[in-house]
Design a binder for this molecule. Structure first.
Ligand code: GLY
Ligand code: MN
Length: 471
C-alpha cells in the first residue's frame, strides 16, 4: 500500500506455487496435469448496482496474490508454467473505474509467465493438452461449506479431477513459509499497536463502537489495512461473554460502564492475510480483586500453553492443559469445587470455556486444515469446538485464546442439573453472573523447537494498568 506499509514480494506466491507442485510431484501426479483455479467474482448488493469492495478468494490469493476480481489461474504441474486469465473489460469500465490495463501490466505486477483473456482459456488449455485439469473441491472443516471448483464454458471438453488438489493445497497453507511468517508478524504488529491505541482511548461513558472505530482508524492509518480479518468484537460487561458479539444485531452499541470489564477481539487484514488478537481489561483502567483473579486464571492458561507448545505436541493436549489450568484456578477462587478428576470427567471447565483453545490462522482468520483425513473431532463438551485436532508442526500459525465466561444460557441449566450442580458454588457464582467474560488471545508461530508469539500487547495486570494510565 506504499508509505511505511509492508511490501509483499510476489516471490511469496511463486514459492507457494512451487510448494504445491512439489507436493503434487511427490504424489506422482501426471506432469501433464494442469491446476486450474477460478478467482473470486465481484458481487453487487442484492438487486442494486452497488458493488461490494472485492476480497479475493483465499486459495487463489495464496497461489497468485491477484487483487482484482474475475481472474482464472492455470499452473502446469510438470513445468510450473503459470498463466493468468483476465476478464476482457467493456470500454465504459475505463470511464467509471479507471484505465483498462493490458495483459502485460498484470504479467509485470504478478510476475507470472503469461497473461491472457478469459475468452482464451479453452484454446490455451487445448494447446496444452492437459492429462487432466486439477480442480479445487473440498469441505471447509469449520463452516462445512465446499470450495467452488473452476467453471468456464467449454470445460466439458477436458478431463477433470476433483480429488487430488484440495488436500494438497490446504496442506500447503497449513505450513507458513518464511515470507508468510514475516508478513503475519508485521500484520500482528499493526494490530497489536491498534489494541494499545484502544486501551489509551478507553474511558467510562464512551461507546463500545467508539473503541471499534479507534481500532479501525489505527490499522488503516498506520498499516494501510482496509479490511479487518473479521467483525470487531468490542463487548463491555455482560456483552463480553457473547463469543461473537458485534454482529449487526448487536453492533457494539453499549455504553462503557465504570467498574465493568471490556473485551476487544479485533484483527487487521493485509494482502488477504489475517491477525486475530483479544485483549481484556477494565474500562476504568484498574482491576478489582475479582477481575484480577479471573484475568490471571486465563493468563496462566495462555502462558502454560505457549510454554508447552513445540512440534510433536497434539493440539487437543494443549486444549486440555488450558482447561485444567482454568479448573484449578476457578477452584482456588471458589467458584467450583470437588476433585480435579471429577471436575474434568464432568466437563465442568467447558461451562466456563465453551469454545476451543485456538485455530489455524493465515489467509483466513480460521484457516483450513485443522482436520485432514484421518484426524477426527473429539466429541466432548468444549473440545468438540476445537478447530484443529492435529499434532503441532513447524510453520503452523495457531491462536492461543483461552477464556472464562459467565454465560446464562450455560450456567442456568448447569445449576439446575443435579448430576453436576454439586460441583458449582452458587453463593460465589452469583457475584459473577453479570461479569461477562475474559479472553486472552495471541497468534503463535510454531518454530523448530518451540513457539514464537507474534502478538505484542500489554498482558500482565501491571502492564495493562500502566498503559491505561498513560505509560
Ligand atoms: N476472533 C474470533 C474467532 O476466533 O472466532
Ligand atoms: Mn480467534
Amino acid at each position: 500500500m506504499g508509505q511505511d506499509t509492508f511490501r509483499v514480494p510476489m516471490s511469496m506466491h511463486a514459492d507457494s506455487r512451487t510448494k504445491l507442485l512439489q507436493r503434487l510431484q511427490a504424489k506422482n501426479v501426471d506432469p501433464g496435469c494442469v491446476v486450474m483455479l477460478q478467482g473470486g467474482a465481484s458481487r453487487m448488493k442484492y438487486d442494486t448496482d452497488r458493488e461490494f469492495l472485492f476480497e479475493q478468494e483465499s486459495f487463489f490469493q495464496y497461489l497468485f496474490g491477484v487483487k482484482e476480481p474475475g481472474f482464472y489461474g492455470a499452473i502446469q504441474v510438470g513445468t510450473g508454467k503459470t498463466i493468468l486469465f483476465m476478464p476482457r473489460l467493456p470500454e465504459e469500465w475505463g470511464v467509471w473505474m479507471g484505465r483498462i490495463q493490458p495483459p502485460g501490466h498484470f504479467q509485470d505486477t504478478y510476475e507470472v509467465d503469461e497473461v491472457l483473456f478469459t475468452d482464451e482459456i479453452v484454446s490455451t488449455l487445448a494447446a496444452m493438452k492437459p492429462a487432466s485439469l486439477l480442480l479445487l473441491l473440498g469441505k471447509n472443516s469449520d463452516s462445512g461449506a465446499m470450495s467452488i471448483p473452476a467453471q468456464f464454458p467449454g470445460i466439458e471438453n477436458f478431463k477433470t479431477n476433483f480429488d487430488i488438489l484440495s488436500p494438497e493445497l490446504v496442506e500447503c497453507r497449513v505450513h507458513k513459509s518464511d515470507a508468510e511468517a514475516q508478513l503475519l508478524r508485521w500484520i500482528n504488529e499493526i494490530a497489536s499497536n491498534a489494541h494499545v491505541q484502544v486501551m489509551r482511548k478507553m474511558a467510562p461513558g464512551l461507546m463500545e463502537y467508539q473503541m471499534e472505530a479507534e481500532f479501525l482508524h489505527s490499522i488503516y492509518e498506520r498499516g494501510g489495512c482496509r479490511f479487518t480479518a473479521y467483525t470487531c468484537i468490542c463487548g463491555c460487561g455482560p456483552n463480553s461473554a457473547t463469543l461473537h458479539y458485534g454482529h449487526q444485531g448487536a453492533p457494539n452499541d453499549r455504553q462503557l460502564t465504570d467498574g465493568n470489564m471490556f473485551l476487544n477481539d479485533s484483527g487487521a487484514q493485509y494482502h488477504g492475510y489475517a491477525s486475530d488478537i483479544t485483549c481484556s481489561y477494565p474500562v476504568n483502567g484498574k482491576f478489582t480483586a475479582p477481575q484480577k483473579d479471573i484475568y490471571e486464571a486465563v493468563l496462566d492458561a495462555n502462558r502454560a500453553v505457549q510454554k508447552a507448545m513445540k512440534p510433536g505436541i497434539p493440539w487437543p493436549d494443549m486444549h486440555r492443559l488450558a482447561v485444567r489450568t482454568i479448573a484449578e484456578r476457578l477452584k482456588e477462587i471458589g467458584i467450583i469445587r470437588g476433585s480435579m478428576d471429577e471436575l474434568l470427567a464432568m466437563h465442568i471447565p467447558a461451562l466456563f470455556m465453551p469454545h476451543g483453545l485456538g485455530h489455524f490462522m493465515g489467509l483466513d482468520v480460521h484457516d483450513p486444515g485443522g482436520y485432514p483425513e484421518g484426524v477426527s473431532r473429539i466429541d466432548e463438551p468444549g473440545i468438540r469446538s476445537l478447530r484443529a485436532g492435529r499434532v503441532l508442526e513447524t510453520g503452523m500459525v495457531i491462536t492461543v485464546e483461552p477464556g472464562i465466561y459467565f454465560i446464562d444460557a450455560i450456567l442456568d441449566p448447569a445449576l439446575a442439573n443435579r448430576s453436576i450442580s454439586h460441583l458449582l458454588v452458587p453463593e460465589k457464582l452469583k457475584h459473577f453472573r453479570r461479569f461477562g467474560g475474559i479472553r486472552i488471545e495471541d497468534d503463535v508461530l510454531v518454530t523448530s523447537n518451540g513457539a514464537e508469539n507474534l502478538t505484542r500487547v500489554p498482558r500482565t495486570v501491571a502492564e495493562i494498568e500502566a498503559v491505561m494510565n498513560g505509560s
